[in-house]
Design a protein around this ligand. Structure first.
Ligand code: UDX
Ligand code: UDX
Length: 468
């Protein structure tokens, strides 16, 4: 099928490349000439496993790049809209890009088309998109607007798209539902997975993918509710971790006991410095705002956001409790991306903490496997960008672990200790076992677990997390 995807960001580019790999002819449209030129020249603007492979496989054949939206609409049966929906000052989703794209799409409708929301949008957006297109004199019989939310995570975007837990299509007509069913048939019928060149199936996924057909409004809500629930799960376990710190319990043990309940499940119960990224922060705010507009005061989401912000302040207090004053202290930092596996620093808790520590007069030497370039654009020369975790630790008063990169979990501890001025590690992602760190001669602070000292004796913790 001939498909257009508007927006070549994380969602648009990954969706475009994967849809081409399913056998469709895909035109990815973007109004950023720089991005288009880079994509046409074979560059891959985002750090995602398997994406370079898919782009090499289909670029110039089943996958083309254009800035001419109306031509793409004329040539396509289905148009996926994956432009940005950033937050406004007051937290609502800014839908002006979606509206301007809808206006342009109207000018290209020369036969029956389905316009599909792929970006995360508040409920009712599909009705507005329909109104905008009708306002431009389009025949109401010539198009439908549907919602097909994307649940991919950065870092595992390609496999999340091709091996999804579910595919949700929100359609208010059978005609549009059938077209979307046809698009995803290689995944739902399972034929894609039989192919020798199919992207390998990751662990903990099941095939074929189930398809869930709902109304457009319900699909829009499924996306907001899913992201808000996952963010709530993270804030919940971070709150429990704070109770653990107050009473001297161990969050690992608590997570194991709670997560083994099949009604709860172990995933997304990793305590740390809070959630970040281009989705959870803005989607929780946008869901809170749209609920308010609909007359429901969704106060629970306020607490989800409050716990998340407080989690960063708690970590700063932990650094102060380890080092007393921060002015003039040299800090080694491992991780700048908002999570492991990506180069994305949008709403990164790590970056927030680095900037807060700089404001307190600390000197920072940081290392990240993928997000250095994007961080340099924000931090400039305010910090030292080290070329290895050990270089970041060199001469530091303490080492801070801020992003859950797998490679940080397998470091050479004795080399690390020899680089550090003081063997102090403050872990915002619980990558290490306290007993192991103590045995390695470190004073080790983490989230929801007692601080450990080289002599292996956990420090008694007082109510506010400070040492007694
Ligand atoms: C997008 C949505 O922003 C987010 O709400 C949703 O959760 C996931 O999809 P992302 O892919 O990360 O997120 O967006 P972004 O990286 O901002 O890319 C959007 C792309 O759309 C950019 O390349 C931008 O140049 C392009 N764009 C934006 C257009 O082509 N036309 C426009 O009018 C606006
Ligand atoms: C998220 C959703 O998972 C995805 O379905 C949606 O399409 C887009 O938003 P993403 O933002 O890429 O994906 O990252 P995710 O893996 O969900 O992590 C989000 C944040 O939560 C990161 O900062 C991560 O470090 C943090 N996190 C995640 C925790 O602190 N604890 C956890 O247990 C899981």
């Amino acid at each position: 099928m001939q498909i257009a995807v508007v927006g070549s960001g994380y969602v648009g580019l990954v969706a475009g490349a994967c849809l081409a790999d399913l056998g469709h002819d895909v035109m990815v449209v973007d109004n950023d000439q720089g991005k288009l030129a880079a994509l046409r020249n074979g560059q891959v603007p985002i750090h995602e496993n398997f994406l370079p492979e898919l782009l090499n496989r289909h670029r110039g054949r089943r996958l083309t790049f254009s800035d001419d939206l109306q031509e793409a609409v004329r040539l396509s049966s289905v148009i996926f809209v994956a432009v940005g929906t950033p937050p406004t000052e007051s937290g609502e989703a800014d839908l002006s890009y979606v509206e301007s794209v809808a206006r342009e799409i109207a000018g290209g409708i020369n036969a029956y088309k389905v316009i599909v929301e792929k970006s995360t949008v508040p409920v009712y957006t599909s009705e507005w998109v329909r109104k905008i297109i009708l306002r431009h004199g389009t025949d109401p019989e010539l198009f439908d607007v549907a919602s097909n939310p994307e649940f991919l995570r950065e870092g595992t975007a390609v496999t999340d798209f091709l091996f999804p837990d579910r595919i949700v299509i929100g359609c208010d007509t059978e005609r549009s539902a059938n077209l979307l069913r046809e698009i995803y048939a290689p995944l739902t019928a399972g034929s894609y997975y039989q192919r020798a060149d199919a992207i390998p199936q990751p662990d903990r996924t099941s095939i074929p993918a189930p398809i869930i057909v709902t109304s457009a409004k319900s699909a829009e809500l499924i996306k907001h509710a899913s992201n808000a629930f996952l963010a709530m799960k993270i804030s919940f376990i971070n709150a429990v971790a704070s109770v653990c710190e107050a009473v001297g319990a161990n969050i690992n043990q608590v997570v194991h006991g709670v997560g083994t309940d099949s009604r709860i499940g172990p995933r997304f119960l990793n305590p740390g410095i809070g959630y970040g990224g281009s989705c959870f922060p803005k989607d929780v705010m946008a869901f809170r705002a749209v609920a308010r507009e609909c007359g429901y005061d969704f106060r629970l989401l306020d607490e989800v956001m409050h716990i998340n912000e407080d989690q960063r302040q708690r970590f700063l207090r932990k650094v102060r409790s380890a080092l007393w004053t921060l002015r003039g202290k040299n800090l080694g930092v491992l991780g700048l991306a908002f999570k492991g596996g990506t180069d994305d620093i949008r709403e990164s808790p790590a970056l927030f903490l680095v900037q807060a520590l700089l404001q307190e007069g600390s000197k920072v030497s940081a290392y990240d496997p993928a997000a250095m370039n994007r961080s340099r654009e924000v931090l400039g020369s305010a910090i030292k960008f080290a070329d290895s975790p050990y270089a970041a630790a060199h001469g530091a008063d303490a080492l801070l672990i801020l992003t859950e990169w797998e490679e940080f979990a397998n470091l050479d501890f004795s080399r690390l200790r020899s680089e550090l001025k003081y063997p102090i590690v403050i872990d915002g992602r619980n990558l290490y076992e306290p007993e192991v760190m103590a045995a390695q001669g470190f004073t080790y602070y983490s989230v929801g677990r007692a601080t450990c000292h080289p002599d292996g004796v956990p420090a008694a913790m007082s109510k506010n997390g400070k040492k007694a």
